[in-house]
Design a protein around this ligand. Structure first.
Ligand SMILES: Nc1ncnc2c1ncn2[C@@H]1O[C@H](COP(=O)(O)OP(=O)(O)O)[C@@H](O)[C@H]1O
Ligand SMILES: [Mg+2]
Length: 239
């Protein structure tokens, strides 16, 4: 097992946002977390990455056999965890291609041109990172930087939100490519639009009010929640 969350609680200040989440992700698996706005999806990804804005207030995170529950985010990054934010911040004065080159130099990955082709980022590389990028451009650029890191585990926070249909296609192709190279992926989406463009999903988890209320296989879960929504869909699935 690459990642194992056991009874994980995550707090922001004094408030418990994520409540008793269990999750096991194997190598090369793609897991989808779906759920309404405010259900705790971004908070959960932040906790797996170890971002200081959230605090793990119960349970454990084991990654590749190592207990990382109390490990700072830069050490988790070194172990191979990478996060693509829901809203990447604009970085003035730093060129996209400078960051990309620095990562390529470190990882030595030779297939960056395949990735840049899939994600159509060539025209963006000379610009300041994320500055003035459209929704789709931001998502494609950030996913490109995550892919360059060849992460063992990629955490993707709503890569399909605020994105046009063609960009969703590119993003889905990029995720398929990432998985085919052996990365595990946890993909958060609240619309679910991207799910029917991905070639192989291992599991779908529905998150509501900080809890995983249903986990199942995509063929079982997706048609129901996409048609009936989360509340009604989960009731039907649980019967
Ligand atoms: N700094 C904060 N203080 C208090 N509550 C917060 C803070 N940040 C986020 N929350 C709350 O945590 C809940 C989950 O947020 P989030 O993880 O962003 O949900 P999602 O990504 O599923 O939309 C929301 O109710 C949100 O208002
Ligand atoms: Mg979110």
């Amino acid at each position: 097992m690459l990642l194992k969350l056991s009874r994980l609680d995550v707090c922001i200040e004094a408030k418990k946002i994520v409540n008793g989440v269990d999750l096991s992700v194997g190598k090369g698996e793609l897991h989808i977390i779906m759920g309404p706005n405010g259900s705790g999806k971004s908070t959960l990804l932040s906790a797996i990455m170890g971002l200081p804005r959230v605090r793990i207030c119960g349970g454990t995170i084991v990654f590749n056999g190592i207990d990382i529950t109390n490990m700072p985010s830069y050490e988790r990054a070194k172990l191979g965890i990478a996060l693509a934010h829901q809203h990447p911040p604009e970085i003035k004065g730093v060129k996209f291609n400078e960051i990309a080159k620095a990562i390529i130099k470190k990882c030595g990955c030779s297939d960056y041109s395949i990735m840049s082709k899939i994600l159509k980022v060539d025209d963006l590389l000379h610009r300041d990172l994320f500055v003035g990028f459209s929704g789709g451009e931001k998502k494609r650029a950030e996913l490109f930087l995550v892919m360059l890191q060849s992460p063992k585990l990629a955490l993707l926070d709503e890569p399909d939100s605020g994105v046009d249909i063609e960009s969703i296609e590119s993003i889905a192709n990029a995720i398929d490519y990432l998985v085919s190279r052996g990365s595990s992926v946890i993909l958060v989406t609240h619309t679910g639009i991207i799910t029917n463009k991905l070639s192989r999903i291992n599991k779908v988890h529905i998150m509501m009010n900080g809890r995983f209320v249903y986990s199942g296989y995509p063929d079982e879960v997706l048609p129901i929640v996409m048609k009936f929504g989360y509340s009604k869909g989960v009731k039907m699935l649980a019967k």
